[in-house]
Write a protein that binds this ligand. Structure first.
Ligand code: F6R
Length: 598
């Protein structure tokens, strides 16, 4: 995780680096810092908390005497959140920032007595190690080569060494990109941000070892020149408009981004499906992979594929897949990732590719590392998602999976043309339906959130396609409100979780009008019988029993649009509950938007 920026030779080092760090804040906001440097000195300022705190601290500093800057926003991995553990780490000759994890830092720390033994931060150990090597070897390039050879892990380093006035970039795993215009250089861990500055970009490859001195770049890995490519203009918007939070804005944007995504699929992307996607159609097994919310999308995808196609399909947590033996069959892996940078997902993707399987990525970030690694990309057009809790990116991922399974089901004749047309029509009519749902449900969500405020814990249950919706509802609630919450498959309650139920708990029951609704209602009764309180979300008109706090009626659904119709009310309930709790909704504690460590 963490965000890195570096700028050389610009006239507004301070303003631009703070601007970029603010855009990078989604990668972590535990602490921040920057080092301004020139041939004569290095000036470092660090602070705990968000970039706004750092911005205040550097107000009075002039950046005129400096040639460059490196900056960092941190998501703590090793070492508590503190000013000392904030990056950059620096001395008179050296300053550095790192994104990633140095896996062998304990060994290095034990081996070199020059490194203090009470340091907790892996990057600080790396700093002391490099500082020691720079003292030992007169040529900084030689010191850096030994440094690079010794450290193990997934990382990106940006380093300035005063002695030879050189700027170094080291990459192994974590993303980092460089753009240049004459003597001005920008470095950033999110390449899409750089398109606001330069239109040519170089995405560092693993083991790249760049040295920038004046306007010259050398790749010390192989001494070959680096080749810049065109940087796609990003459509990023960091404006909340009239909304109080990005999350609320992004919930409200869903009808529009779903409309855009569906239109692109209809007009360009899924045209000539069978030729373009022959690998999808011809594989023996499909495995859907993701993390967190994207994993819930994968689970929904599994229900779609299972019902609408004859594919053998399953889904996996990316963090688990990487350490499993892969099937011998011809598999197609579909990776789902909003950012396209999540380290667990990226490593799993690299692992399946290494084992000669095909990889498709469904992503919202066309400039991401996963796009460069996968055989094929299916874009979602949710536009920039700023709120840490995923909302519109999730529903676009589901739309993508719905379209995929419909196309495959049509080809393998699991569904007939009239079923295909009926489902496609309902995906196309989602924007109108969801606009009305958001408006109608907002007051209901506010009312339900007040009831949750009186509870000790909030659970979510659902069956079949309602199960991943329940998991997603629970994840949203806990991540932005910090309320204890779990999601369960309705049928599993009696096998253990029902022991949690008492009068202090609320269970939100997802009960679409499908073949399982009576069984789901029975699960609700079992909770009520144990004095638990329930809220039932259903399109059915239901009687309120005692203990049933609310039974808001949702629009009529069918199999394919169920996840959209039931997810959006859960997003709104979580949002309004978190609002009443006064939490930091767009940047909840302990989290980051892009998780680039394993
Ligand atoms: C939760 C959330 C996370 C992400 C997960 C994967 O609201 O956003 O659970 O879904 O970290 O991120 P991506 O999709 O970028 O791979």
């Amino acid at each position: 995780m963490c965000g890195i920026v570096g700028i050389l030779n610009s006239n507004s080092l301070k303003t631009e680096s703070i601007d970029i760090l603010k855009k990078l804040e989604y990668r972590g906001y535990d602490s921040a810092g920057l080092s301004l440097f020139s041939q004569k000195r290095i000036k470092t300022i660090k602070s705990v908390g968000k970039i706004s705190a750092l911005e205040k601290k550097i107000k009075s500093i002039s950046d005129k005497p400096f040639d460059g800057v490196i900056g960092h926003t941190r998501w703590a991995t090793h070492g508590v959140v503190s000013r000392n553990n904030a990056h950059p780490f620096y001395d008179d000759n050296l300053t550095l920032v790192c994104n990633g994890i140095i896996e062998n830092y304990v060994k290095i720390q034990k081996f070199y007595k020059e490194i203090p033994n009470d340091i907790e931060s892996d990057t600080e150990v790396a700093f002391y190690f490099l500082s020691y090597l720079l003292n030992k070897y007169s040529n900084p390039d030689s010191a850096l080569k030994i440094f690079k050879k010794t450290i193990k892990g997934n990382y990106a380093f940006v380093i300035y060494i005063k002695k030879n006035k050189s700027f170094y970039l080291l990459k192994s795993g974590s993303p980092i990109s460089l753009s240049q215009n004459k003597k001005i250089f920008y470095v950033c861990s999110d390449s899409s941000i750089l398109s606001d500055y330069h239109d040519k970009i170089y995405h560092l490859k693993d083991n790249d070892f760049l040295k920038i001195n004046k306007d010259k770049i050398i790749n010390l890995k192989n001494n070959e020149p680096i080749i810049f490519e065109k940087n796609l203009k990003s459509l990023n918007s960091y404006d909340k408009g009239t909304f109080q939070h990005f999350m609320l804005k992004e919930i409200h944007e869903q009808p529009n981004v779903l409309k855009d995504t569906q239109q692109r699929y209809d007009k360009e992307y899924f045209l000539d499906f069978d030729t373009k996607f022959s690998d999808l159609v011809n594989s023996d097994k499909i495995i859907l992979v993701g993390c967190g919310t994207a994993y819930h999308a994968a689970m929904i995808g599994e229900y779609y594929f299972n019902k609408l196609t004859s594919c053998d399909v399953s889904c996996e947590h990316a963090s688990e897949l990487r350490y499993k033996k892969l099937p011998n069959k011809k598999c197609l892996f579909i990776f789902i990732s909003q950012s396209g940078e999540t380290m667990d997902t990226l490593m799993a993707l690299k692992y399946v590719k290494k084992n000669s399987h095909k990889a498709v990525v469904i992503t919202n970030s066309l400039q991401s590392t996963m796009v460069r690694e996968a055989d094929l990309t299916i874009p979602t057009y949710a536009k920039k998602e700023v709120g840490v809790a995923s909302t519109k990116a999730f529903t676009c991922q589901i739309l993508s999976l719905a379209n995929l399974s419909l196309q495959i089901g049509k080809i393998d004749k699991s569904i007939n043309i009239s079923q295909y047309n009926k489902y496609l029509k309902s995906l196309k009519s989602l924007p109108t339906k969801l606009n009305k749902l958001i408006n109608d449900f907002t007051p209901v969500a506010k009312k339900i959130s007040k009831k949750i405020a009186l509870a000790d814990a909030c659970y979510f249950i659902g069956r079949n396609i309602g199960y991943p919706i329940a998991l997603e509802g629970s994840l949203k609630l806990k991540e932005i409100s910090y309320m204890h919450s779990e999601g369960f498959a309705g049928g599993e309650m009696k096998h253990g979780p029902i022991a949690l139920i008492d009068k202090g708990t609320i269970t939100i029951c997802i009960i679409p009008n499908n073949e399982l609704y009576e069984k789901s209602l029975s699960n609700t009764q079992e909770i009520l019988a144990r004095n638990g309180r329930v809220v039932i979300l259903s399109s059915l008109i239901l009687k309120k029993n005692s203990g049933t706090l609310d039974t808001p009626q949702l629009p009529k659904e069918n199999f394919i649009d169920t996840p959209f119709i039931y997810t959006i009310p859960l997003q709104l309930i979580s949002y309004y509950f978190a609002l009443s709790e006064g939490t930091d909704i767009d940047q909840p504690r302990n989290l980051a938007k892009s998780v680039t460590v394993e």
